[in-house]
Design a protein around this ligand. Structure first.
Ligand SMILES: N=C(N)NCCCC[C@H](N)C(=O)O
Ligand SMILES: O=C(O)CCC(=O)C(=O)O
Ligand SMILES: [Fe+2]
Length: 349
């Protein structure tokens, strides 16, 4: 019993077979494990210790600690309101989810754009802390996570039975990923806080790779599969929408990132994969770094034929009905980002 078992209710999948060309069987089983995890949970652990040295994210955490320890007026020098309303620092409780202030502070970075214009939402420039080494170390992490994004996307395409041509088509929607990197500082959530460290939400895009500090029971994932015999759960009520289920802890595992799929995967798979609600109840004081590998800003995301073949039960023939309208990722993102800040506080609300 105990928290380890809770963690293990989400599968642990090793990406090593996709790091070389020499393991076709390993790739097959990795892809099918990811496929099952996406069908069942929308969440899994990805073992990446053969891809990224564990000391790298630890360095990032130290740099984050240095920045967040600065006086508020120093941090305000890179406030998101000074830029495009999205890129930069957001103070404690400035982010809002489901109408309630989130008990965290954060810096958001996005893919740089060709002709920055800070009067357009999302279209400005990243604001980097002056903490020595911050920009270099974080930029190196972005490069790593972008590469990992493409690798996991290919594994997922294989798991869905996409042809090589179909994978090329999907790849072309994510090869200029409009990625987001957040550096989040969580102070301990007080008992009387009306809300969460981060309220229940789905991620917006494609794949989230979360490097998490060791604080346990912080990230909680909504599980609709409550019948698992071994599944230790926190029987907490679910307060958003019509969703029913139980919250399970996704505690960090050494050498792994926590991966979850965003809403664009629901569209691509015609609802076969569900993007899962999650929230954060952080009782400690620490730093977490989610990297969001997202589609290209102008990607037209539409139901994939491979998903419709799977749904019809005839992998070579018939296709199921289309249940999702297509979405331009950047338009979807703009709406989401517009709702992320308290009324009157955001620049473009
Ligand atoms: N790009 C992502 N996923 N950022 C984190 C989203 C946190 C929830 C957000 N405040 C909301 O209300 O949607
Ligand atoms: O900090 C975490 O554990 C998760 C944060 C998260 O869900 C998000 O930023 O989208
Ligand atoms: Fe999230």
């Amino acid at each position: 019993m105990g928290s380890l078992e809770k963690s293990q209710s989400l599968p642990i999948i090793d990406i090593t077979s996709y790091l070389s060309d020499h393991d076709p069987e390993g790739r097959l089983s990795t892809s099918s494990a990811i496929h099952s995890a996406c069908l069942k949970h929308g969440f899994f652990y990805l073992r990446i210790n053969n891809f990224a040295d564990p000391s790298e994210p630890e360095d990032l955490t130290k740099l984050a600690r240095e920045f967040f320890a600065l006086p508020e007026d120093e941090k305000a020098k890179i406030a998101f309101q000074n830029e495009d309303g999205a890129r930069g620092y957001a103070r404690l409780k400035e982010n809002v989810t489901n109408g309630k202030a989130d008990n965290h502070e954060a810096i958001d970075f996005y893919r740089p754009v060709d002709n920055p214009d800070k009067t357009r939402s999302l279209w400005g420039e990243n604001q980097w802390p002056t903490v020595p080494g911050f920009k270099e170390k974080y930029e190196a992490w972005v490069e790593k996570m972008k590469a990992l994004g493409l690798i996991v996307m290919e594994a997922m395409a294989n798991g869905l039975g996409m042809t090589p041509e179909e994978w090329e088509g999907l790849r072309a929607q994510v090869d200029r990923s409009f990625w987001v990197m957040r550096v989040i500082g969580y102070p301990p959530l007080p008992d009387d806080h009306d809300g969460f460290s981060c309220g229940a939400h789905k991620d917006y895009g494609c794949l989230t790779f979360l490097y998490a500090d060791p604080t346990r029971s912080a990230l909680q994932v909504l599980s609709k599969n409550t019948s698992g015999a071994n599944q230790a759960v926190d029987k907490l009520p679910v307060e958003t929408g019509a969703e029913v289920g139980t919250w399970i802890n996704a505690d960090p595992i050494e050498g792994c990132v926590v991966v979850n799929i965003g809403e664009m995967w629901e569209v691509w798979t015609n609802g076969l994969y569900k993007s899962t609600l999650h929230r954060v109840v952080h009782r400690g004081s620490n730093y977490r770094i989610p990297f969001f590998f997202e589609p290209n800003f102008d990607a037209k995301v539409e139901v994939l034929a491979a998903a419709r073949r799977l749904q019809s039960g005839q992998p070579k023939g018939e296709e199921s009905d289309k249940k999702y309208d297509s979405v331009v990722y950047g338009e979807f993102l703009l709406k989401k980002v517009g709702g992320n800040f308290a009324e009157g506080k955001g620049k473009y609300d």
